[in-house]
Design a protein around this ligand. Structure first.
Ligand SMILES: [Zn+2]
Length: 63
């Protein structure tokens, strides 16, 4: 089963620890929530922009 758990895209700046949510926005700060797997955020992740597009499409097929 795929997980729909997402993490606040801005948690490193706003929170002391990752904030997870099942929605598409952080419940604490309102920032975009992004797919939490495989990593909350990685500047070297070539798929970072892809994940943001996937979120916008509401598409959960990010493997
Ligand atoms: Zn947040």
């Amino acid at each position: 089963m795929k997980s729909d758990i997402r993490v606040c895209s801005d948690w490193e700046a706003v929170h002391e620890r990752p904030v997870y949510t099942l929605g598409d926005a952080c419940p604490e700060c309102g920032a975009d929530a992004v797919n939490s797997a495989p990593a909350p955020f990685n500047p070297e992740d070539p798929h970072g922009s892809y994940r943001r597009r996937a979120r916008r499409r509401g598409n959960e097929t990010d493997e």
